[in-house]
Design a protein around this ligand. Structure first.
Ligand code: FE2
Length: 384
C-alpha cells in the first residue's frame, strides 16, 4: 500500500434537527456571531434554526444577506471592514458554496486585521476565526474543505485563497434540501458526484479517500430511481418538495463525501475544463462539469484506469459508461443551446493547456489532443 496523508479537521454532525441537538457547540464559540447567507422567497429554515439557538444562549448576531454569487475580493474585504469594530467571535456560513467560501475569507480578514484582500492570495499561513458551515444545497462540500474560491476582478478570473480554512463544525441536515427545485438539485448533485469521481481517478487519491468515494457512489446509486421518476413526472418535478427525504439524505452524503475527498486530492480535468464554459457561456458550475464528465471517463486507455472507471460507474448504479452518460445527460436539463463554435473550442483548449498544473494529477499522458477531444465530443458531437 502506498503512503498517504488524510487531513479533515472539521467536526461533522449529520442528521435531522442536528443544529438543535448540538446547540451547545455554538455556545462554546463566543458571544457574537456573524451570519453569512442569502435571502429566500419563502421560509429560511436553516437560518431560523440557527437564530433559535443563538437567541436561546443570548449570543448576539448580525446577518449579511448581500454576498453575491462567486463573491469577489472586494466584497469580502468590505464585509470584514463592516463588522471588524463590532468584533465577531465566529462566523456561520449558511448556503451553497458562495456564502461558505466568503465566510472563510472574511474569517481570515477578521483574524488578521492588518491584512488586505489581496494578501489572501499570497500568504498561506493566515488563520481564521472559527467558521461553522451549514449547507443548504448538496453539491459544493465547502463545509468540509479548506477551499475558499473568490472572484478576482483585477485578473478577470476566480482564484482560491492561499490558506486552507476548514470550518470548525459542519452541520448537515437534509431537511434544508427539501424545497430545492429540480434544476438546482440536478446541477448541485452532478457537482458532488464529479468531486467523488475526479477524486477517485486522481493520482493524489489514497486507499482511504478512494474507499470513501466508493461509499459516495453507492449513495448516488440509491437515489437514481427517484431522480428518474421525478424528471419523468412533471407534477412531482414542479411540486414544492420534488424528492423524498431519503433521496435528499443520499445526495447530502454524496456531497459530504465529495467534499471530504476533494479536500485531500483536489479535482481533475473536468472541473478545470468546466471553468471556460462557466466563464464564457455562463453555464452553472455543476452542469458545466456534468457536460464533460462522461467523455472524460472515456479517454482512459491504461487497464488499471479503465477498471477504475468501470468500478465507479457500476457502483453508481449503471451497467456501463453509456448508461451513465445517458443518465447524466438527462440530469443536465439544458434549456438553451450552449454549443460553442469549433473556434471557441480551440480557444478553450489552448487556454486550458497553458495551465500545466491542471494535468498534474491526471493518471495518463494527456495534452492538447485529449482536451480538445473531450470538449468536442461533449459539446459539438452531441446534441444537448
Ligand atoms: Fe465543484
Amino acid at each position: 500500500m502506498e503512503n498517504f496523508k488524510y487531513f479533515m479537521p472539521t467536526e461533522v454532525y449529520f442528521g435531522k434537527d442536528i443544529i438543535q441537538e448540538k446547540k451547545e457547540l455554538f455556545k462554546g464559540l463566543g458571544k457574537k456571531a456573524y451570519i453569512i447567507t442569502y435571502k429566500l422567497p419563502g421560509r429560511h429554515y436553516s437560518l431560523e434554526d440557527v437564530q433559535a439557538v443563538l437567541d436561546e444562549f443570548g449570543i448576539e448576531y448580525r446577518i449579511e444577506f448581500g454576498i453575491e454569487e462567486n463573491p469577489s475580493t472586494e466584497t469580502v474585504e468590505k464585509a470584514a471592514a463592516e463588522v471588524r469594530d463590532w468584533g465577531a467571535d465566529f462566523i456561520i456560513g449558511i448556503g451553497g458554496g458562495s456564502p461558505m467560501d466568503a465566510a472563510k475569507a472574511i474569517g481570515v480578514l477578521l483574524k488578521n486585521p492588518d491584512k488586505k484582500g489581496i494578501d489572501l492570495y499570497t500568504d498561506g499561513t493566515l488563520e481564521s476565526i472559527p467558521i461553522i458551515g451549514i449547507p443548504t444545497t448538496a453539491g459544493t462540500g465547502s463545509e468540509v474543505t479548506g477551499f475558499s474560491v473568490l472572484t478576482r476582478n483585477d485578473l478577470d478570473t476566480k482564484q482560491a485563497i492561499k490558506s486552507h480554512i476548514f470550518p470548525k463544525y459542519a452541520f448537515l441536515d437534509a431537511k434544508y434540501l427539501m424545497e430545492m427545485p429540480l434544476r438546482l438539485t440536478c446541477a448541485t448533485c452532478i457537482d458532488a458526484l464529479c468531486h467523488c469521481i475526479e477524486s477517485y481517478i486522481s493520482t493524489a487519491g489514497s486507499e482511504l479517500s478512494r474507499s470513501l468515494c466508493e461509499i459516495g457512489f453507492q449513495y448516488f446509486a440509491k437515489s437514481i430511481d427517484d431522480m428518474r421518476t421525478v424528471i419523468g413526472d412533471p407534477e412531482r418535478a414542479q411540486s414544492k418538495t420534488p424528492y423524498t427525504y431519503e433521496t435528499r439524505e443520499n445526495h447530502m452524503m454524496v456531497s459530504l463525501i465529495g467534499g471530504m475527498c476533494n479536500a485531500q486530492t483536489g479535482t481533475c480535468l473536468p472541473h478545470g475544463m468546466s471553468y471556460a464554459l462557466t466563464h464564457n457561456k455562463h453555464i452553472p458550475h455543476g452542469l458545466a462539469c456534468g457536460l464533460l464528465i462522461a467523455e472524460y471517463l472515456k479517454t482512459f486507455k491504461e487497464p488499471q484506469n479503465v477498471a477504475r472507471v468501470e468500478k465507479a460507474v457500476h457502483l453508481c448504479g449503471f451497467k456501463d459508461l453509456d448508461e451513465f452518460a445517458d443518465f447524466i445527460d438527462m440530469m443536465l436539463l439544458l434549456k438553451s443551446d450552449i454549443t460553442p463554435t469549433p473556434e471557441e473550442i480551440e480557444e478553450y483548449t489552448r487556454e486550458f493547456c497553458e495551465q500545466k498544473h491542471r494535468f498534474a494529477r491526471h493518471p495518463e499522458p494527456a495534452g492538447y489532443e485529449e482536451v480538445k477531444r473531450i470538449y468536442t465530443n461533449s459539446l459539438l458531437n452531441k446534441k444537448h
